[in-house]
Design a protein around this ligand. Structure first.
Ligand SMILES: [Zn+2]
Length: 462
């Protein structure tokens, strides 16, 4: 029987409000014991990992990842995307259905689950589409998607515009106990906007994507969640108005939730005007752990690496998202890992696809903005990557309780390192964070009792 003993770590399991120095014993892929006496129960041949000085927590879950298979394997594959997840400390990810063909039928779900079983490094859960071909016109077969094993439905990348169709989707999803996730974008307001509508879109002469284009759909989702009783989860929230709508609706007990991504709580739209403009305007404070940093990362204006959907917002919006995550309004953090090939991004700003990779940098960026910036304690921050997404999706994951699957992340909140292209496991390199000094890192990623990634394999520390 294969056994693994993690000794001397600080065990933080938000699901059981546990935060103490303890050993963790894993036997046959399950958590066998957690506590000071766990070592006494370990079989004689158990492998031992000394994790003193490190944090041991339930394997992190990222519920918003684009793996690009099937159909777009030049950008990413299940193999490379899950390798990037392991490197970032994630043991479970949820892949989005805007593939080619879209994940809108049981056959495609089966194909991905089978391929993930064979080639995936971490657990892959599948989100199905709300509408056929993500076209927003006709509902996908929600019952058979559920039967095929999807954990949620979403048209991510697109947004169902027809409110009646969205209502029907919620009614069906409710019958099958499936949460509905939504990429909130009102097409009539956003039209062909490419960056946040505000001072910088005006100064740079780029078409604006107004905050109201997101808030209109967040408000719609709140009304429909109230009407149908089905939970709606608003994806990658980016504006102050969205945060306030969510806060008020949750107070009224409406089944609504939201998530935030690092780019929206680290960067602002000033980044599109270039590094020179960003650092003095909105960049102060990000590297609080390195006083007087003189080697700030630099980039030119109109850099398409800063083009994402929803776009980077104003400093006021970023502050509101930080606050909403800190006060619990936004319960879940994720990456919206969206790989694209270099040649696709190396075009004029208007023509570049939206999105950045994120699996390998979300943990340090979240630690920097919440834990090191003293907005959240360790338990509350880790909850947003473990018990909260597990609860939303009904996954039997996100805890270290004895009997649970032995998905474990061992991390060093204080490790300082620089993210470099050559250390990325993703097939794509469209990240704005290369060359950034970061703080916080996964040291071991353990899936089903097996170490799938260990930090010593790449000498990336500084
Ligand atoms: Zn999206």
């Amino acid at each position: 029987m294969n056994a693994l003993l993690l000794t001397g770590g600080r065990v933080v399991d938000p699901a059981s409000r546990l935060d103490e120095s303890a050993d963790v014993l894993i036997v046959a892929g399950k958590i066998a014991a957690v506590g000071r006496d766990a070592a006494a129960q370990a079989p004689a041949d158990a492998e031992r990992l000394d994790v003193a000085g490190l944090v041991v927590c339930p394997g992190l879950i990222d519920l918003h990842v684009h793996l690009r298979e099937p159909g777009q394997s030049a950008k990413e594959t299940i193999a490379t995307g899950t390798a990037a997840a392991a490197r970032g400390g994630f043991t479970s990810i949820v892949c989005m259905p805007n593939t080619s063909p879209a994940i809108d039928n049981a056959g495609t779900v089966a194909l991905i689950r089978e391929k993930a079983q064979r080639e995936g490094v971490v657990n892959v859960f599948v989100a199905g589409a709300i509408t056929k071909n993500i076209a927003g016109e006709e509902l996908a077969p929600i019952g058979s998607l559920k039967q095929a094993g999807v954990v949620a439905i979403t048209d991510d990348g697109h947004c169902v515009q027809n409110n009646d169709l969205m209502r029907r989707a919620l009614e069906y999803a409710g019958m099958f106990g499936l949460p509905v996730m939504d990429h909130c974008q009102d097409y009539s307001l956003v039209t062909d906007g490419v960056m946040h509508e505000g001072y910088w879109s005006m100064a740079l002469g780029l078409r604006g994507w107004p905050a109201a284009g997101e808030e209109m759909i967040v408000a719609r989702n709140i009304l429909l969640a109230e009407l149908t009783g089905t939970r709606v989860h608003c994806q990658h929230l980016s504006t102050a108005g969205s945060a306030q709508l969510l806060r008020d609706a949750k107070k009224r007990g409406i089944p609504i939730s939201g998530e935030a991504c690092p780019h929206h709580f680290v960067l602002t739209d000033a980044a599109v005007a270039g590094g020179e403009k960003f650092w003095p305007a909105d960049g102060a404070g990000i590297f609080g752990f390195r006083p007087g940093a003189s080697d700030l990362p630099a980039w030119p204006s109109y850099d398409t690496i800063f083009k994402m959907n929803p776009p980077l917002r104003s400093a006021k919006d970023r502050e509101a998202i930080l606050e909403a995550v800190a006060d619990g309004t936004i319960e879940i953090l994720c990456s919206d890992h969206a790989p694209h090939c270099d040649y696709e991004k190396e075009v004029e700003f208007d023509y570049a696809p939206f999105g950045i990779t994120g699996l390998e940098t979300e943990l340090p960026l979240a630690f920097m903005q919440f834990y090191h910036a003293k907005r959240l304690g360790l338990t509350d921050l880790i909850a947003k990557y473990t018990v909260a997404p597990a609860r939303l999706l009904g996954l039997a994951k996100g805890t270290l309780k004895p009997g649970a699957d032995a998905d474990v992340t061992v991390l060093d909140p204080d490790r300082e390192w620089v993210y470099e292209r050559e250390h990325s496991a993703s097939k794509s390199v469209n990240s704005p964070f290369y060359g950034w000094p970061l703080r916080g890192k996964a040291v071991f990623t353990i899936v089903g009792g097996r170490v799938v990634w260990r930090e010593q394999e790449t000498a990336v520390t500084v």
